[in-house]
Design a protein around this ligand. Sequence first.
Ligand SMILES: [Zn+2]
Length: 115
Amino acid sequence: MHEISLVQGLLHQLKELAKEHKSSRIITITMEIGPLSGVVIDSFRFGFDILSADDDLVRGAKLIVQIPPVTYTCTECGHKETTVGKKPGECLKCRELFLIHEGGEELMLRQVEME
Ligand SMILES: [Zn+2]
């Protein structure tokens, strides 16, 4: 599962942050995961639950996942469609299949609350 290694990367990043801020416990983590990042959010959460249970720094921390909206532009008629979830299969105006997206691939650590 590819998400496990992403969670490991996140935990590593959190350790560095905690060291910087001389913190020993992380309370809340806010991640932004784009719908086109290829990350399965349920698997990410699952991986987080497993790995964080074994880690003093993040045990019991709350993971908040934000899914940013993505704007798709039709290559045929220029129609723009913004969605928060799944990618539209075709242009809603002219049914063109090739849509260009702006963003949606982010996998970002947005905010960390620690004590
Ligand atoms: Zn179109």
